[in-house]
Design a protein around this ligand. Structure first.
Ligand code: PLP
Length: 429
């Protein structure tokens, strides 16, 4: 494939945008080469500026669960735009999507819409601190909760890929309130709680981790966290920005039958427009302004175009619950196919999967936390695999720490092509 125009556009972009990208994970820094500039997309396919067609396994990093330019979402946005794009006043559609989200998700009474997953997580932690009157939070190494200061402590994917796990600009004062735990290690969490008695406001976690590759929680891990939180008056925050409305209509809360105290959303909930949200039971949400003292606001929050896209997306998922089954089946098929070709070529690998999230780690040891993910990522094999797949028209995330996201527009023929490409890529490893 030729990327002449993409490279030229990238050169232009670098003159006026730092690194040529508006979010670092889009750059190909970890894998080498220039990022590809996309012209348009439809369904499972990307069409780039050089008119190459790519099968897309990033899907805008998760939102496009039904594929690109999904007709009901597009027409909802177009119709809304004609009536004005922002008012800074309440609109009926905000209540409609809130009602639908509250219906689809277990254990939440109220939801507040913001503009990104970062904002959702940042606000959720502020709410937890305001509610409990405590300062400290526990996060897990390798989990990403957006780029707000408290979270840039071993933050997975982007932050790890770029070698700045503790970003300059984050003050020591902020960092000291973030306690770092090891994913899937309940004893570690219990010890941290014991050492910080009555000081911890919340535990925030990706209940199925997706920012160090895909790492599902081991048996009883989430239940163990729930019990520790109950016993110590700590709020449990599920960051479902990636998993919400993707792994099930009710996200990981439904899938694993565990109740979180606050849940954050992003990605799928916005149907491809900038939307985040956080939700909880009434007794927690009523601490939020204007009902309560915990401040949180946004000029464009609940933006009509964003709400129209989100409502069209959630409505489709609500009315077609088989989407999740179909996605699981497709991802399992891909899992088996990839596993077969890598085994045939004697490539050591571990494939992690939960629903339509999947990641290939080039190591035989189980990948269960950040340490094991980093060990598997550090052998250079991923970069060779990535470039081979790309040259065959398969677009996976340009980092060993990222999950692949499937969309339901993928056909079994697309999956077969992907598996065949992986067989070719495996030969070069
Ligand atoms: C993407 C992501 C975020 C951040 O969302 P943005 O919309 O990029 O700010 C937070 N948490 C998780 C789990 C994510 O995957």
């Amino acid at each position: 494939m030729i990327y002449k125009r993409s490279s030229a556009l990238f050169a232009e972009a670098q003159k006026v945008i730092p690194g040529g990208v508006n979010s670092p994970v889009r750059a190909f820094k970890a894998v080498g080469g220039d990022p590809i500039f996309v012209k348009k997309a439809k369904g499972a396919y990307l069409y780039d500026e050089d008119d190459n067609t790519l099968i897309d396994y990033i899907n805008s990093w998760g939102p496009m669960i039904l594929g690109h330019a999904f007709e009901p979402v597009v027409s909802a946005v177009v119709e809304k735009a004609k009536k004005g794009t922002s008012f800074g006043m309440p609109t009926e559609i905000e209540t409609k999507i809130a009602e639908l989200a509250v219906k689809m998700v277990p254990n939440i009474d109220m939801i507040r819409f913001v503009n990104s997953g970062t904002e959702a997580c940042m606000s959720a932690v502020r709410l937890a601190r305001g509610y409990t009157g405590r300062d400290k939070i526990i996060k897990f190494a390798g989990c990403y909760h957006g780029h707000s200061d408290s979270f840039l402590i071993q933050a997975g994917s982007g932050a790890v890929t770029f070698g700045a796990p503790n970003s300059p600009g984050v003050t020591e004062g902020t960092a000291k309130d973030t306690l770092l735990a090891s994913y899937n290690d309940l004893e570690n969490v219990a010890e941290i709680i014991t050492n910080n008695k009555n000081e911890i406001a919340c535990i925030i976690i990706e209940p199925v981790a997706g920012n160090m590759g895909c790492i599902p929680p081991q048996k009883n891990f989430l239940q163990g966290l729930r019990t520790l939180c109950n016993d110590n008056n700590i709020l449990l925050i599920f960051d479902e920005v990636m998993t919400g409305f993707r792994l099930a209509a009710g996200g990981v809360q439904e899938l694993y039958d565990i109740k979180a105290d606050i849940v954050t959303y992003g990605k799928v909930i916005g149907g491809g427009l900038p939307v985040g949200a956080f939700a909880a039971r009434k007794e927690i949400m009523r601490h939020l302004a204007p009902l309560g003292p915990v401040y949180q606001a946004g000029t464009l929050s609940g933006n009509p175009l964003a709400m129209a896209a989100g409502l069209a997306m959630l409505t489709h998922l609500d009315e077609n619950p088989d989407v999740f089954k179909s996605l699981n089946k497709k991802t399992a098929y891909l899992h088996n196919g990839l596993s077969d070709v890598l085994t045939t070529q004697n490539v050591p690998h571990t494939i992690n999967r939960e629903g339509s999230m999947i990641s290939v780690h080039f190591s035989e040891t189980p990948v269960v936390d950040f340490k094991t993910a980093a060990n598997a990522a550090n052998n250079g094999k991923f970069n060779i695999f990535f470039h081979s797949m790309l040259s065959q028209g398969i677009y996976i995330a340009p980092s060993a720490y990222e999950t692949w996201f499937l969309c339901d527009a993928l056909t079994y023929e697309d999956l077969d092509k992907t598996i065949e490409a992986a067989a070719v890529a495996a030969k070069s490893l």
